[in-house]
Design a binder for this molecule. Sequence first.
Ligand code: 3UK
Length: 540
Amino acid sequence: MHRSAHLDSFARDHLPPAERWPLLRFDLPELEYPERMNCAVELLDRMVERGCGERIALITPEASCTYRQLLVRANRIAQVLVEDLKLVPGNRVLLRGPNNPMMAACWLAVIKAGCVAVATMPLLRTKELRQIVDRAEVGAALCDARLLEELQPLLGDSRFLKRLLAFNDGGADSLEALLENKSGEFANVDSAADDVALIAFTSGTTGQPKGTLHFHRDVLAMCDCFPRSILKSTPDDIFCGTPPLAFTFGLGGLLCFPLRVGAATVLVEKLLPETLLATIQATRATICFTAPTFWRLMAPLAKDYDLSSLKKCVSAGEALPDATRQLWKRATGIEIIDGIGATEMMHIFISHTPESVRRGATGHVISGYRARVVDGEGRELPPGEVGLLAVQGPTGCRYLADERQTQYVKAGWNFTGDSYKMDADGYFFYQARADDMIISAGYNIAGPEVEEALLRHPQVLECAVVGQPDAERGQVVAAYVVLRDAAAAGAELARQLQDFVKNAIAPYKYPRSLEFVASLPRTETGKLQRFRLRAQQDRS
Ligand code: 3UK
């Protein structure tokens, strides 16, 4: 490792021991980064030096700002961090806010100052924020004034959190008030390429959150892999979408990818399917990132909007059902780009271009990464066999002081926890989360395959399929269905849907239990919370 710029060595001290790291590969010339490098400086100062100063960087429904304006703003915030909050390189700074320009500028400022950004999802409550503050020993926080309520209690009683500044506030002790006296000139911290730049907590569903440590060079690596080989983004692109900046899917897609190429990004605080479509129309956005459910809900509405600017549509977070891909294509003519990424890997590592799509597949491994399907002992399986997905690339899993490191990384490979099969051409087909496989009367059934079949029925808006404990069969397949027309619910339609599945896939996979619900439990990142549906069953 290179000489660290961190005066506070917490992050480096809490990296897993070297023998538990995944093997890192830097197989492409663009991944040969210099030993000293600050990723925020590369994304911002360097772009202004290269002539992007007067280009638009950020767009909101109300205003826009140029690269130079964003740089001055980030510099002023960095000055506050150092001069007023007395932070030193390596200190962890919690960030909390919806997707807006201050949140973006704060992220860049924290990293320019050599501190470690710990961005948190807007919907987290005090309990979850406390876990994060304690695990990452966070000493300072920058928080959108409207989200203070859940964070404030920690200031009084946390061992670690001592300083808190609110932004988007305007009050006398707000961050904005402190910015007014700052020059906008900042001496960037000359970090090592392998200094920790951020800790991303997994949008994990149960138990203690896991913090994943990512270096300055990892941030650039995510920008130089998927966007270059698959998205092929250019300076003229306008990015938009829903994932929070606290989720690495959003951090890449809505901040780092656009800055890396001198493009613009649209930041909107709260988006619904209708407002995302209206945003694309109003901003003439060219690239949109969101989760499969959003693509599905937007498809029938698309005809009411002018989406002629839109060129690339990216789906990630969970499996994209082929039925959804076809709905969107019929509505807009655009082939969605599916991609699997993970917080541990930072961003997407298996995907496809619109031209290289294969029905039912997530895609092929992208340039810079390697992937294989292996058995329980880590032996590579032949094409067509279902096993565990293992990946390697320039980024990889390093949990913050966590025993679960040995579950994610084995023999140098990252195990995402997904079961997949690969075909003879190297296309990867998602089956299920390995621990979500339903085992019924000795059969292995992947919930997503049953969901896919149900989604083809015109009445089905959304659905989820999980295993339900059953005395006789161990588990039975249970479906939860949201209808387009809730009034149609009833035993007759339930039977029709069951028959519909029996005719579409092997009959033993049909949902023996089928319940109509008004909505499905989802995380802020668009993921279905299967554990909640299962917990519901335990109670009933
Ligand atoms: C699942 C997918 C099938 C899969 C993420 C893009 O989702 C992201 O990170 P998380 O840590 O979750 C990782 C897990 O989510 N998943 C994600 N994408 C797909 N399953 N098809 C997909 N296209 O189980 C994976 O292991 O929340 C996604 C970029 C950055 C991210 N952090």
